[in-house]
Ligand binder design. Structure first.
Ligand code: PLP
Length: 508
């Protein structure tokens, strides 16, 4: 083949690897990213705008390859909003929403945006105490006063189940001025609650149901999967595209049914209950989002949405199949079990080790050494994340390696112990926002017991605060945190992660 033919073939090959499933026709942001990166690679771009790497890889190297801003990269600064609105409208339509925004700052930002949109400073909000720390900080930002509802913990597994609808109903009855109900569903371990029941309870009280569905961007896209939160009746939901879908790290979506048909971000979804305001949602979203969103992240959310729309049922079908096979194979091992049943999201794989005597941290270390890092491991549990990107091959390799590791570390079977995050009985003293801003002092751990925490302390994962600002530091919380640390867990966000000291609110 001669020069021109070779070049044409190379271009076609590169396009095939850059968009192997040919999604760009239905993904305007992906199309923008492909155009700008093709232009840069062809040497036809001399940007006099940010980012400072100017598409060169000879300074900081390949680490910036493929980076292009949304504004001035995927499209001109003056026109990129139209591209973004088009991508978001398509996502709104897919999820049956009428408002959608793409975030480059994860469900962390999404939770904070919904909290900022939910009510007025000082207003109560009914919230699960198994919340992710990002939502707790959202309550601090918004000045909302949490009325905690607790999930049930299954004594057989030590793992959290759903928050009962009756608990939400009681909280709403006791706080008729509450502005919303904010739950996390599915839970970190994949347990699912009665979202339709929660939606009915919230709507009966005239408030929206908001759901942190960080792990559940794939739900609703196969008949054997539970519906997603909006389809179950929620008014707003947050989900991480980078968790369950093949999107760039940090990519997330915030979706809502406002009932307000709008141009701009509006899609053609089913009508919502009118309990959320689209303008307020936009203000809240923009308040804490960067003004320089990474185009590759935005484009990957758009691409993941286009993939889900066209191939979602097929890919979710494969996911359901490989997880079911893995569960069957793991259960055949003596003493080993997996979390399963009607109350569990069927693509979630939570490995229960107690009956094998193996310690999850040792199993995890072997998996890391084999190049198979998992999302979470503690003494009794290993949580790998299985997604649309997995297939028979990756699952078989994983289960084989996991079983070998468990066999290497077998010991005396034991009763599972609930992790610190699931044991919390909060003792709220003052609202989180007040505690966050009050002067604080540092005390030795034992002297801090009985005082009001100024800080948020969470074993991570799962990132559920054991101590929240404004809560009394109880000896039970201190013991649970110390046990986590002693067992090799990571204590995050504490000023002193060794737990020798705590920051408490100073007495007046
Ligand atoms: C339940 C829950 N919500 C929100 C988040 C934050 O998500 P992101 O990492 O996308 O910011 C996490 C992170 O693990 C989570 O588990």
């Amino acid at each position: 083949m001669t020069g021109a033919g070779e070049v044409r073939e190379q271009v076609t090959r590169e396009q095939a690897t850059k968009d192997p499933r040919k999604l760009r026709g239905d993904a305007p942001l992906l199309d923008g990213w492909l155009r700008v990166t093709e232009q840069a690679e062809a040497g036809r771009l001399t940007p006099m705008s940010v980012p400072g790497h100017k598409q060169r890889t000879d300074l900081t190297g390949a680490v910036t390859a493929g980076d292009a801003p949304l504004y001035g990269g995927l499209d001109t600064i003056k026109h990129a909003d139209h591209l973004l609105a088009d991508g978001e409208r398509r996502a709104a339509r897919l999820w049956g929403a009428d408002w959608c925004r793409f975030s480059v700052a994860g469900s962390t930002h999404g939770n904070q945006a919904l909290a900022l949109a939910a009510g007025q400073p000082g207003q109560p909000i009914v919230v699960t105490r198994a919340l992710h720390r990002s939502l707790l900080l959202g309550l601090v930002l918004a000045g909302l006063d949490p009325v905690w509802v607790l999930p049930e913990v299954d004594p057989a597994t030590g793992l959290p189940g759903p928050v009962p609808v009756a608990a939400v109903e009681a909280a709403l009855a006791a706080h008729p001025d509450a502005c919303a109900v904010f739950l996390g569903d599915p839970s970190y371990v994949g347990t699912i609650g009665d979202l339709a029941g929660h939606a009915a309870a919230a709507h009966q009280a005239g408030v929206p149901l908001l759901v942190d569905a960080a792990w559940a961007a794939h739900l609703g896209f196969h008949p054997d999967l539970p519906p997603h939160a909006l389809a179950a009746g929620a008014d707003g939901m947050v989900t991480s595209a980078h968790k369950a879908l093949p999107a760039y790290t940090q990519g997330a979506l915030v979706l809502a049914r406002t009932g307000q048909a709008r141009t701009g971000q509006a899609g053609g979804g089913q009508a919502g209950g009118g309990l959320l305001d689209a303008d307020r949602l936009n203000r809240a979203f923009e308040a804490t989002h960067t003004t320089s969103p990474a185009g590759a992240i935005m484009a990957s959310i758009d691409a993941a949405r286009a993939l889900l729309a066209r191939d979602g049922a097929e890919l979710c079908g494969r996911l359901l199949r490989v997880v079911a096979q893995a569960k069957q194979q793991l259960r055949a091992e003596p003493g080993l079990d997996v979390l399963d049943g009607p109350g569990v999201e069927p693509t979630k794989l939570v490995v229960l080790l107690a009956g094998t005597g193996a310690h999850g941290n040792r199993v995890e270390a072997d998996l890391i050494a084999a190049g198979m890092p998992v999302e979470m491991a503690d003494r009794d549990t290993v949580v790998p994340i299985v997604t649309l990107a997995d297939d028979e091959d990756t699952m078989t390799r994983f289960t084989t390696t996991l079983l070998e590791a468990i066999r290497r570390h077998r010991g005396e079977p034991r009763r599972p112990l609930p992790a610190a995050a699931w044991l919390i009985t909060p003792e709220p003293a003052i609202p989180p926002r007040e505690a966050f801003f009050l002067p604080h002092i540092t005390l030795a751990a034992t002297a801090a017991v009985g005082r009001v925490s100024a800080e948020l302390v969470a074993p991570y994962p799962p990132g559920v605060p054991v101590l929240a600002p404004g809560e009394v530091i109880t000896s039970a919380a201190l013991d649970a945190l110390r046990a986590t640390l002693a067992d090799g867990g990571r204590i995050a966000y504490a000023a002193d992660p060794s737990l020798a000291t705590f920051q408490v609110v100073a007495k007046k």
